[in-house]
Design a binder for this molecule. Structure first.
Ligand code: SF4
Ligand code: SF4
Length: 432
């Protein structure tokens, strides 16, 4: 794609990077076929190619974002299916990241939109606040149908719908209990405790730690780590996202320099994609660029790391698993076969739902901010999963687990919970 940026514009490293990305696009449109919003809405401006044109026009003309650009960029899930499909290697992820930052800086959103975004950014990354918000949401759930009738309040109704219906686990800041290895020592890793996952499902990291320690890996949870920054990053809030990243880089760098780490283990693939990008996010920061790149290089999804440990094969189990590959897993981190191979090796029968490349509609806060599109994608995803006739659904991202869980009666668990069970841990509660 031909571009017409001035030398002055290109002196901004963010613009220079976006220009390089734009120039790779050859307008072929292959990406449209796998884009969930184009498949759902059928509008070229809701396809990757359409968005690329909108971003190019906005950046090239040095214009503030307008309502049209914001509408179509907001509808993008950042699922990155287009990145997987694109034959020209267009780095859409960093292009849309830049567009979102530009929107945040130059566009004044309607009041309710601003309020909701501000609230999400102030609550979700902080476990105690998030847990308190979930408790309030449980009480307020009966008014959700009323709120849904008022267009600007639909995100609030979506929030209430997503809150867990059952008991919300007490938030324990030490919910992950690191342990020394039980078998011959094979490595030392840090595990990200994170923000939303320990509130929504504290059992995920417990399962990961149990399995790792059982096979000889020492697991540590360095004090001070927290939200990876993905939630605010996807809202275009660059400064808080970089602050979260710097804090985690500091914590893990201290641990690398003191005890040494073989890996930084992530059990939510949405977080994994962002942390693997810390090196890029902080590349212009002379104090953090190198440290962040080192952290990114050490970051591994739990399944990626387990695959290096050569776990023994287990006896076949009488359980069929529909494996849902989160977009951040398959498109963001290109981890496709490993989780399924581990599950098969652990004795489970694994089935691939049709249209596995399409997002479930979770996508960070997307299911709150774009509830109509998100709901359509969820219904489609659940239909494809249920068609496999599996007994249970497995996924490696808490966002997908929450989203899909609200649309089906099938139990949905984290992949690590099944693996932990197969290798001697307790049966996941949801299968009891
Ligand atoms: S990231 Fe997903 S929703 Fe956004 S343009 Fe690409 S395929 Fe479409
Ligand atoms: S597939 Fe790649 S090159 Fe083709 S239009 Fe989409 S982004 Fe551009």
């Amino acid at each position: 794609m031909q571009t017409n940026f001035t030398a002055e514009q290109l002196s901004d490293p963010h613009v220079a990077e976006s220009e390089k990305i734009l120039r790779r696009c050859v307008h072929c449109g292959f990406c449209t076929a796998t884009c969930p919003t184009y498949v759902t809405l059928g509008n070229e401006l809701d396809s990757p190619r359409g968005r690329i044109y909108l971003i190019k026009d906005m950046l090239e003309n040095g214009r503030p974002a307008d309502r049209e650009v914001v509408t179509h960029i907001d509808r993008c899930l950042s699922c990155l299916a287009c990145v997987t499909t694109c034959p020209s290697g267009v780095d859409y992820m960093h292009l849309v990241d830049h567009a979102r930052i530009h929107i945040e800086k130059t566009y004044r959103r309607p009041l309710m939109d601003r309020l909701i975004r501000h609230t999400l950014a102030a609550v979700l990354p902080y476990p105690k606040r998030f847990r308190f918000a979930l408790a309030l949401a449980k009480i307020a759930r009966p008014i959700a149908p009323l709120l849904r009738k008022v267009q600007p309040l639909r995100p609030v109704a979506a929030m209430l719908d997503l809150a867990p219906k059952g008991r919300i686990a007490a938030y324990d800041p030490n919910h992950v209990h690191p342990r020394p290895p039980e078998a011959k020592r094979r490595g030392r890793v840090a595990i990200l405790s994170g923000c939303a996952q320990p509130v929504l499902d504290p059992g995920v990291n417990e399962a990961a730690i149990r399995l790792l320690t059982r096979v000889g890996v020492e697991v540590v949870v360095p004090e001070g780590e927290g939200c990876c920054g993905a939630l605010v990053h996807h809202m275009g809030k660059e400064d808080p996202a970089l602050d979260f990243a710097r804090r985690n880089v500091d914590v893990w760098t201290r641990e690398i320099d003191n005890g040494g780490l073989d890996a930084i283990i992530i059990t939510a693939s949405g977080c994994g994609t962002t942390i693997k990008d810390y090196g890029h996010m902080l590349r212009l920061d002379p104090a953090y660029g190198q440290k962040a790149a080192r952290v990114s290089a050490l970051t591994k999804d739990i399944t990626e790391y387990l695959a290096t440990l050569d776990l023994p094969a287990c006896e076949p189990q009488d359980l069929t698993v529909a494996y849902h590959s989160a977009c951040s897993m398959q498109h963001g981190q290109k981890i496709t076969m490993v989780p399924k191979t581990l599950l098969r090796n652990a004795g489970f029968t694994v089935r691939d739902p049709a249209e596995g490349h399409l997002c479930c509609g979770s996508a960070g806060t997307y299911n709150i901010m774009q509830p109509e599109i998100s709901e359509q994608l969820k219904v489609r995803k659940v239909r494809n999963i249920e068609a496999t006739k599996a007994d249970v659904i497995a996924a490696g991202n808490i966002g997908c687990i929450t989203q899909i869980g609200t649309g089906t009666a099938l139990p949905i668990v984290h992949t690590i919970e099944l693996l932990d069970w197969a290798y001697g841990g307790p049966k996941p509660e949801k299968l009891a």
